[in-house]
Design a protein around this ligand. Structure first.
Ligand code: AMP
Length: 433
């Protein structure tokens, strides 16, 4: 799926491009059209799934395209902690860069000066307010917070807010909001108290569940950070090592499967391919040979990443980084079945570093980076925050990424602060959080 299919306003598409997002994550695919339709949502999704952009992007689109009051708060995002308020606010800075939407982060721990600044913003109105519950209540109690025309309410990490004892504060805030609003509730878990909160505050919500499974601990995972042109030599090196008798290699595209299988055969390896261009009978025959250990090396697309149950696969190689965390877990789960252990190796080119970083975030841990054999020459740095251009090559700058890649004067990647915009918080993020 492409971001252009959501019919976002061009300024939002520009921000998506500047953030370097190439395609929507699974939660974005599910949540964005529903928010665009105007429905309430209850979504089970952890950090790392792209959930923040899943609600920010459609809200920003709506705020940019629909008439709204300049002197009221139009969208309110309630979060459990200052850290999350800062993080979302920084994300907002990037995504609103090409619009003139205003936003403010309101969270505890600031000094008197920040309270005054928040008071000015909350009484004049702002398109988007990101706030912790306690601090917002403190302002609401003073009577100047303009929420009577609020259109959108987001509760992020709702389970954590309830764990932290914010239930009554949340209900109190909601009692000041118009009932005609659209409400979006995000939670990493769905205990009964979240269900009951959702019944109180959501209207006929769409339910979205993006719970990520985790790979078994017994799989040894490692990644090689290399240039595209080093993939073939490295895969041959690993296969020549002969430590593994049964190897499954995944490529994201069938053309890569065909090319790699051709190269491996030419180099004398006993390898076969499986992808959707082959007849069913042919696929079954190849799979049988692999299952019977007559065939040691199988190269496949993701059609094999789910469901095949062969016990003895010792090594899975991700020749390309899979599209998302769920695919990664499914692919590497092909090894270490039953009681065996297994190894999963992922090749990461410069262009794929960001994808791997997102998978790592989703898994909640880093995939250890293996040392690339010196004979392959210089390799890129692992620096997923950096925007990388195409291919790259060995023999470039030793140990360095490609020069350039950043367009000047734009928000850059997610999490970077933005340039000028209509905002009440000139130093957002640096306030005593
Ligand atoms: P979150 O789950 O909201 O904490 O997001 C996790 C990370 O994924 C953040 O660094 C986002 O900027 C990034 N991200 C969100 N959406 C996308 C996307 N479609 N493609 C690539 N990265 C994304």
């Amino acid at each position: 799926m492409k971001f252009t299919e959501f019919n976002f306003h061009e300024n939002i598409l520009e921000a998506i491009d500047a953030a370097g997002y190439e395609e929507p994550t699974p939660i974005q695919e599910q949540v964005i059209p529903t928010i665009m339709e105007g429905r309430d949502i209850i979504a089970c999704a952890q950090t790392g799934t792209g959930k923040t952009a899943a609600f920010l992007l459609p809200l920003l689109h709506k705020l940019v395209t629909e008439p709204s009051s300049d002197h009221h708060i139009n969208a309110l995002i309630i979060v459990p902690t200052r850290e999350l308020a800062v993080q979302i606010s920084t994300h907002l800075d990037g995504l609103t860069y090409f619009t003139n939407l205003s936003s403010i982060a309101v969270y505890g721990g600031g000094d008197g000066g920040s309270f005054v600044q928040e008071k000015i913003a909350l009484s004049r109105g702002a398109d988007i307010v990101v706030s912790t519950p306690g601090k917002l209540i403190a302002h609401i109690n003073m009577g100047y917070v303009k929420v009577k025309e609020l259109k959108y309410l987001v509760l992020d990490e709702a389970d954590r807010m309830l764990d932290m004892g914010f239930h009554d504060d949340i209900m109190r805030i909601i009692s000041y909001l118009p009932t005609s609003r659209q409400t979006l509730l995000f939670s990493a878990t769905m205990p009964p108290k979240i269900r009951s909160l959702s019944q109180q505050i959501l209207k006929n919500p769409a339910e979205v569940n993006i719970a990520i499974s985790r790979p078994p601990e017994k799989i040894r995972q490692e990644a090689f950070v290399i240039y595209e042109s080093q993939k073939i030599p490295l895969v041959k090196m690993i296969l020549r090592d002969k430590s593994y008798n049964s190897i499954l290699i995944f490529c994201s595209k069938k053309d890569n499967v065909k090319q790699l299988t051709r190269d491996l055969k030419k180099a004398g390896f006993n390898a076969q391919e499986i992808h959707s261009d082959l007849e069913q009978a042919q696929r079954e025959e190849t799979l049988r040979a692999f299952a019977n250990k007559r065939l040691p090396i199988l190269v496949a697309t993701d059609i094999l990443s789910r469901g095949i149950d062969i016990d003895h696969i010792e090594l899975v190689i991700n020749y390309d980084v899979p599209h998302d965390g769920e695919d990664y877990v499914h692919r590497i789960g092909r090894t270490a079945r039953a009681e065996t252990t297994g190894t999963a190796i992922t090749f990461v080119t410069e262009k794929e570093q960001r994808k791997l970083a997102q998978i790592e975030k989703l898994l909640g841990k880093h995939v250890p980076k293996a040392v690339v054999p010196e004979s392959l020459g210089p390799v890129p740095d692992y620096n997923p925050e950096k925007r990388h251009g195409g291919g790259g090559r060995p023999g470039g700058r030793p140990g360095g990424g490609r020069p350039g890649g950043h367009r000047g004067g734009r928000p850059g990647g997610p999490g970077q602060s933005s340039g000028p915009k209509r905002s009440f918080t000139p130093h957002k993020g640096s306030r005593g959080a």
